[in-house]
Design a protein around this ligand. Structure first.
Ligand SMILES: NC(=O)c1ccc[n+]([C@@H]2O[C@H](COP(=O)([O-])OP(=O)(O)OC[C@H]3O[C@@H](n4cnc5c(N)ncnc54)[C@H](O)[C@@H]3O)[C@@H](O)[C@H]2O)c1
Length: 439
């Protein structure tokens, strides 16, 4: 079904290599998870590409294929994994250290997981202050380091007999950066690489190397990476998809589920206080105020865009929104996120909602890595270059073209994603219009 669609999509033949810069909690939970699913040990819960369906035509037609049957995606058996990290541990050891998945499950896939070993990373302490590791490249300039990454990519593809590659950043959150002159054009950026400009972050070097090689790049952290003009220019030049940023999991996921509901019922909101405790390495990195600033900016935008206080001043103009993250080692990856929401109903009468989400960060993020890898590979095969706004569904801070505000409402995001698939396949878009009234 649908494979002869409106847009010509190259077939998903051969093996797809998924590279993750950063092989910590999220990356190992994703890779170990796919291996466990392949062996029939567990289900890929939370993944649209593995469990989602898509309605076609009128409701009465009862045509609801799985997304997997609807579009051509690689089989999980045809995925190969690799990546880079500043630590030398293989994926089995890294997964044990991350402490997300149970040892019994990891032991069932131990041999396969141990084969995945990190390549030497490009790292600069200035950008991630609270960690340091030995598995790091040295080079004469940042261009030299980027070229080493390009060599890694070529070698990985050849050695693993891959037909195509995609990259999903699962590395740490870097300190907050504003775009500067070196990011303004590709020519400036390449000169900056040759001059080892201090404004070029490691994540930007990975993105540069991937896009140079035509490898789609998904930005799982709130880092300034594929949202700079130089990298957007490179993506267009090499006809490569980019998408970001910052996986939408945990508290922000809850926010983008709840806030559209309050707004739909025109309930006012006076305050939304969010606090988190988490104790994994990500929490340790975010304990640095400069890294937290990057995260905070990514988390704060959500409510403003969903609630549109300029259009609904009586309901949202005075909203006080605060987000806190606290590093608390005893919790490990099992984060706790509290929300206190002060809402207002009829005649302004106040009410309160408390949410206490005992979540597992990497369990929520892992299926997103899988979907992003498969969908950005699909986009590449469909000739969709540059920013993939239809993947906003996955992001806390969706990347948008200049002058366009991001869509944060998760239900609109899902509709946009599915309509994009319908469009590519040449099927009618679903508008939910009750056309029967006009027959
Ligand atoms: N888990 C979630 O729900 C979630 C949600 C949104 C965003 N994120 C982001 O995803 C990223 C990964 O999260 P995590 O929990 O796996 O963190 P983690 O600390 O367990 O793993 C990150 C890994 O990246 C490595 N790293 C850092 N800089 C690197 C570099 N320059 N090159 C290669 N490796 C590098 C670190 O050594 C570490 O092993 C973080 O940036 C986090 O903020 C996670």
């Amino acid at each position: 079904m649908g494979l002869e669609g409106k847009v010509k999509v190259a077939p998903a033949k051969g093996r797809l290599g998924i590279l993750t810069p950063g092989m910590g909690a999220v990356s190992t939970t994703f890779v170990a998870g796919v291996m466990a699913v392949r062996k029939g040990l567990a289900k890929p819960i939370g993944s649209l590409t593995e469990m989602g369906t898509i309605r076609l035509g009128k409701r009465t037609e009862n045509r609801v294929p799985t997304i997997r049957d609807y579009i051509d995606l690689p089989e999980l058996d045809n995925l190969v994994f690799g990546g880079w990290d500043i630590f030398e541990e293989n994926m089995y050891d890294a997964a044990i250290k991350a402490g997300v998945l149970e040892k019994d499950l990891l032991n069932e896939i131990k041999d396969e997981l141990e084969q995945v070993k990190p390549m030497k990373a490009v790292f600069e302490q200035k950008y991630v202050k609270n960690i340091n590791g030995p598995n790091v490249k040295t080079g004469k300039s940042k261009m030299d380091l980027a070229e080493q990454l390009i060599e890694d990519i070529k070698n990985f593809k050849k050695n693993n007999n891959c037909d195509r590659l995609v990259a999903v950043w699962c590395g740490s959150t870097e300190v907050y950066c504003e775009p500067s002159a070196v990011h303004a054009t590709l020519a400036n950026f390449e000169q900056g690489l040759r001059d080892s400009s201090p404004d070029i972050a490691p994540s930007q070097m990975y993105a540069y190397a991937c896009l140079k090689m035509g490898v789609p790049y998904c930005n799982g952290a709130p880092n300034l990476t594929v949202d700079i003009p130089a990298i957007i220019e490179l993506a267009r030049e090499t006809q490569t998809p980019i998408t970001g940023k910052d996986f939408k999991t945990g508290q922000t996921l809850m926010k983008t589920i709840l806030a559209p509901g309050f707004k739909a019922r025109l309930l006012g909101i006076n305050g939304w206080f969010s606090t988190n405790i988490l104790g994994n390495r990500d929490g340790e990195v975010l304990d640095d105020p400069d890294a937290f600033k990057t995260k905070e900016v990514s988390k704060l935008g959500v409510l403003d865009y969903i609630l549109q206080p300029d259009k609904y001043p009586d309901l949202y103009a005075n909203l006080y929104h605060k987000v806190r993250i606290n590093y608390y080692p005893p919790r490990g990856d099992n984060k706790e996120g509290w929300d206190n929401i002060d809402i207002a109903g009829w005649l302004g009468y106040p009410m309160q909602i408390k949410v206490d989400f005992l979540c597992r960060d990497s369990i929520l993020a892992a299926p997103l890595v899988l979907d992003l890898a498969l969908f950005s590979d699909f986009a590449k095969r469909a000739g969709m270059a540059g920013n993939q706004e239809w993947l906003s569904f996955y992001w806390k801070s969706p990347q948008t073209p200049d002058g366009v505000y991001p869509e944060h409402d998760i239900f609109i995001q899902l509709m946009k994603l599915k309509n994009t698939l319908r469009y590519v396949n040449g099927d009618e878009l679903i508008t939910h219009l009750g056309a029967e009234y006009y027959d």
